[in-house]
Design a protein. Structure first.
Length: 278
């Protein structure tokens, strides 16, 4: 086994190869090793300090690839991030939150990845670096399917970028599982709303996870919410607005239950947003 421990981003990029496994928090790699063993070649980026933390520019927030869920939960961020922060405190246990990273959650690309719906409603993009340069992809274009992403050979995630494209806002996240902690989601939803001074919705972003191979925004729900008072938002949610989802039946829930749950969770999340503004 080859174990590489760079201290700078340039060293990490130089060590990238077709057969290397990038390790950040290790909360997916190490449990997987109990089944299939450790990868033959590991690139441990935990020593690359420039990849850690949250910063901002005039146009965007930057979440470094080594930023943990605990870092996000404790950060002082505007209201549109409340959904992401709520997801952060429901992922795994405290130990997992302390070690696991947002970037790792995206790269794992599980249909039930809790970080994806909140980041979709933040219009997040993913920064990818290789020895040949940097490119950015919208999150919706980064995850192809179950455990499949747009990462190319000799490429790694270096940051998640959140544009400053929403003003007066409110957001909420709800996760449904068989218990409170250490659970894979049956369904989860994230809502981010922009409102005018009267409380009417001027921008709506709604996403559902664990109900398709990849978490999905709900364009029909978002369209129906425009111009509606946030206090009445839940009343415009209809079952047929979720028809493009493709939930599966498994040991956690049937596909019918998942879809019904998604509808109810969106309504509850909208009601929570209304409570926050009341």
């Amino acid at each position: 086994m080859s174990y590489i421990l760079p201290s700078t981003l340039n060293e990490a990029l130089d060590a990238l190869s077709d057969d290397v496994t990038v390790l950040a928090g290790g909360t997916d790699v190490f449990p997987g090793a109990t089944v299939v063993g450790m990868p033959d070649k590991v690139l441990d980026i935990t020593g690359v300090k420039e990849l850690r933390g949250i910063s901002e520019t005039d146009k965007a927030y930057r979440i470094g690839a080594l930023t943990t869920w605990t870092d996000v939960a404790r950060a002082e961020l505007p209201a549109q991030f409340d959904s992401l922060k709520l997801a952060a405190i429901e992922i795994g246990s405290l130990q997992i939150q302390n070690a696991g990273t947002l970037a790792g959650n995206l790269c794992n690309a599980s249909p039930a990845a809790d970080g994806v719906p909140p980041l979709l409603t933040l219009n997040a993009s993913v920064e990818l670096a290789s020895p040949n340069g940097i490119r950015c992809l919208a999150l919706a274009d980064f995850i192809f399917g179950n455990r499949r992403t747009a990462l190319e050979a000799q490429e790694m995630v270096t940051a998640i970028l959140i544009p400053k494209d929403i003003n007066q806002s409110v957001s909420h996240f709800i996760k449904l599982g068989a218990r409170k902690y250490l659970v894979i989601s049956i369904a989860m939803v994230s809502v981010v709303l922009e409102t005018d001074p009267s409380g009417s919705i001027t921008q709506a972003r709604v996403a559902v996870g664990a109900c398709s191979e990849v978490a999905q925004r709900l364009p029909d729900v978002e369209k129906a919410l425009l111009g509606i008072s946030v206090q009445d938002a839940a009343t415009v949610v209809q079952f047929e607005q979720f028809d493009h989802l493709s939930p599966i039946s498994d040991v956690r829930a049937t596909k019918e239950y998942r879809k019904n749950a998604a509808v109810e969770l969106v309504k509850r999340a909208l009601d929570k947003c209304a409570e926050k503004l009341s």
